[in-house]
Write a protein that binds this ligand. Structure first.
Ligand code: COA
Ligand code: ZN
Length: 302
């Protein structure tokens, strides 16, 4: 039996929120369907945020309404506040992802709140969601470095992770929002977290700004982390975090993990097709670093 690693593709949210070209809900659904066809079981399909702040995510309810009905998959939406929770719930969301912050600067720029205020809002949503049967994940933004406040103190991340696991979050994700982490730091932080809490409810989210995305995924697997966010075609970047480039590409992460003997449940040929779709829809998706090699292999086995 191969060990399973769960891949949560955040392309339709993290990947598309910052694009010049704004896609319609139907185009976003096309991308989600391509990911589903490749066997991706966890997908972040959009966000319920102010359409003035992030125009590219407008119409998230339409995306939710068009999703394939399949109990086997988990479709999550990102929310920044209670209003987002209520809109998501009204649109039929069953899984939400809240944002927490490891710095004041990022909390202010992204959500116009203080760090502690964001924690309070998330705790309130978590409380309500538990009564209403909604799954709640919480992502800790700028867990390694903040574009405004500089390097993050790991003790801050440890405190927030402990607090939200204690409060009953279904998952807490450590997010390198601007892609500044190195594998040494990732190994130390994830080792500490896994020793304290186990890996069951932890996940990691890496951007590839400094080409360390895959190395960071590897470092986290060495600590026992078995769940990762990644983005099809390497799309991504936060509109409120200057300098952030795309997420680590799903096709690279899947290729690496499968070659290492893990089971992601994802098939590379349709995944490469999904990456091509991401590129044609946005015009900007860089694609995975292994794309030329992958294409050659897929041609050979056709
Ligand atoms: N969804 C849709 N609209 C929302 C909303 C939500 N979750 N939360 C607030 N709004 C609306 C309010 O109704 C209000 O609208 P109005 O001006 O027409 O009355 C307006 O947005 C301002 O509301 P306010 O509560 O004062 O929010 P704010 O101006 O302090 O902005 C956020 C805070 C979080 C809503 C906004 O900054 C945001 O949506 N940011 C998105 C962050 C993001 O997606 N980052 C990338 C991913 S990490
Ligand atoms: Zn991100």
């Amino acid at each position: 039996m191969r060990e399973t690693v769960i891949i949560n593709d955040v392309g339709p949210r993290d990947g598309l929120q910052n694009q010049q070209r704004i896609l319609t809900p139907q185009q976003r659904l096309e991308l989600v369907r391509a990911l589903v066809a490749a066997g991706v079981k966890h997908i972040e399909v959009g966000s319920f945020v102010s359409p003035r702040a992030v125009p590219a995510m407008a119409g998230a309810a339409e995306v939710l309404a068009g999703l394939p009905q399949d109990s086997d998959r988990r479709f999550t939406v990102l929310i920044p506040n209670m209003k987002g929770y209520e809109l998501a719930r009204a649109a039929g969301a069953t899984s939400v992802n809240m944002v927490l912050y490891a710095s004041e600067g990022m909390a202010q720029k992204n959500a116009n709140m203080g760090m502690l205020q964001a924690e309070q809002v998330t705790a309130d949503i978590l409380h309500r969601a538990r009564q209403e049967g909604i799954r709640v994940a919480a992502a800790i933004a700028v867990a390694f470095e903040c574009p405004f406040d500089g390097p993050t103190d790991p003790a801050v991340v440890q405190r927030i992770v402990a607090q939200f696991l204690q409060l009953g979050a279904d998952e807490v994700s450590v997010a390198d929002t601007i892609g500044a982490a190195n594998p040494g730091q990732v190994r130390v932080l994830t080792q500490t977290l896994v020793e304290r809490h186990g890996a069951e409810r932890l996940s990691c989210h890496f951007h590839d700004t400094r080409a360390m995305g895959l190395a960071n995924v590897f470092a986290a697997t060495e600590s026992g982390i078995r769940k990762f966010d990644s983005s099809i075609g390497g799309l991504g970047g936060c509109p409120f975090a200057p300098g952030a480039s795309g997420n680590v590409a799903t096709e690279d992460v899947v290729m690496m993990l499968e070659q290492m003997g893990y089971d992601t449940g994802i098939a590379l040929a349709p995944l490469v097709a999904a990456a091509e779709l991401a590129k044609s829809l946005t015009g900007t998706a860089p694609g995975g670093r292994a794309t030329p090699w992958l294409r050659r292999q897929l041609e050979r086995i056709k």
